[in-house]
Design a protein around this ligand. Sequence first.
Ligand code: FES
Length: 183
Amino acid sequence: MLVTEARRRIERKKKAAALPAPAGDKRLVILDTFMKRQQFRGDALIEVLHKAQELFGFLDDGLLLYIARALKLPPSRVYGVATFYHFFKLKPQGEHTCVVCLGTACYVKGADKIMAAIEQHAGIRNGETTADNKLSLLAARCIGACGIAPAVVYDGTVAPKQTPAGAVAAVTKLLNAPCKSNS
Ligand code: FES
């Protein structure tokens, strides 16, 4: 009896350590409900990762482990999928995001120069966030807007036919925007 209780306590501790946020976090409840709706199927992993990222902003180790356990998948598989796709973020994101499409259509129209100009201006590399947490710079393979290439997504809004100078101007605006928590 005592052994069972001790084991349960250890399990509870292990589970708590794996949680990405304090127990009782509403986002976990929403994620659980979502996984339940998917019947905890392993082949719903990508949808579940999307939902988790939508809720938490990024997928840290604890969250990935939590999902692996819930879907009864090896953690290595969950981690492998999360790192394979560019749209899954494993680190916290800044207050603003700038996603430069580096897919073929955008690339041939100078997306690499746009990325380089932003990197130089913001002082960060692709995949990084500024020290003040203001801006995250990311790359996408193709955002489905090839007709308006080169495209850049600023805070979720797709901007068409970008140039290095135009992109730097847009990023400057984001960097100078008042902090959301102050507005
Ligand atoms: S390659 Fe950039 S939108 Fe398709």
